[in-house]
Design a protein around this ligand. Sequence first.
Ligand code: UDP
Length: 453
Amino acid sequence: MIQERRKNDLDRIESNLSDSVQGTFRASAKKIVSVSCRGMALILRRIFEIAISLPLIFLFTLPIGIAKFAKRIFTGKPVFEKKAVYGKNGAPLEIVFFNSRRYFVRKASLFVYVLTGKIALVGIGIEDYGSRPDLPENAYLLRDKPGIFNLWFVRESGKIGHEGKIGTEWEYVFRRDLSKDIVLILKSIPAALMRSEGSAYRPEINLLNVKFRNMRMLEALEFMEKSIVSGDRKKVFFINPDCLNKSVSDREYADNLAKSDIVLPDGSGINLACKIMGTHLIENVNGTDMFPFICRLSAEKSFKIFLLGAKPGIADAVRKNCESNYPGVKFCGVRDGYFDKAKESAKVISEINEADPDFLLVAFGAPYQEKWITEHFSALGARVCIGVGGLFDFYSGRIPRAPKWMRELGLEWIFRLLQEPARMWKRYVIGNPLFVFRVLKWKAFMEDSNGNK
Ligand code: UDP
């Protein structure tokens, strides 16, 4: 009662003062607070940059510089490479990098510029001057100093730069704060170790006799969109180390993968295998990360999606979640995956065909979904049929997905193992080392036969 009265009194006083006096006073007070907060944040950031870059100059810049000068004496190779890059407010900035192809060796000279305030420790990436079109959005992104450490580097090294470089930079600029920057620096260390530098790019990679496409998420989406528009139907499958282990002993599954229109790489294990094979994976294009892109594309182009698989109620929960998250997305049907595949498939197929989907997502787990799609592909009318494994369990909220930092560091499998140890231990604890062993054997075999690695 007393509280109610106090609140009413306060409301009255506030409305009495609300006009000019109060307005002016409030606006100025707000401005002062906001300017001082911003000033404090800038000072803190500067102290942080100096505290980090100073020891790094002694630890990296100086030793690398000395080694490079010594090398120059014997090889004549220049120590530095001069370049004009975008500085603060997009102005040209001349800086020198160490002459090296290794990302962090090359950039070790830049800690000196952090000290002098020309470059930030963390920011959007450092780019050659003139490489960006003269657009207002670029002007916005380039307002601040570029940074040695940046989110795109972490995402690209972790093979999950699905939104593209510009999309990732927007994400960084909007969420920027000092604590996130500190985490980003820490994440850059394992990211640098994961990075594949100098290895050759191949558009198609053969691992354990399964060929998959080495492409970006957006390219895979474009491939599927074209199939839907042209009516040229496609089967899309994903492979992770567990799938490849299964394909070794399951001929039918291996055959289904070979007959797929496109096989895409899922997970950090495939990235590691590519490194072993001396090539590099351009992106980790897994079904779970692809799903939001499919929803967005479908909403934009009015494509229809049918969800088939998982336990009763799960696919419907995915539909509800996505309808609220992706306005305009159209699900033309959902059905659980627990039916008698031998006896009831015909009935399920006619249900799907009646709904006439553009995308049919089948979530029975590998290799059952690939076998089911391949067996019934000619009877199905869906334009693009995709095997998506446990995807519905994640998007229904039944199983939480690993946090982004774990995915960036290629550690999603540890999260899965901890979630369902009884089911997953064989897949990961035995399956992962077995996979690495098989890849090493595969590499030796390919080298012996002098084939296309
Ligand atoms: N599932 C199904 N029908 C079956 C067997 C399994 O719909 O007859 C579903 C199961 O509920 C789960 C998915 O298939 O949602 C398999 O998930 P898992 O994580 O094992 O698949 P992965 O991504 O590892 O291939």
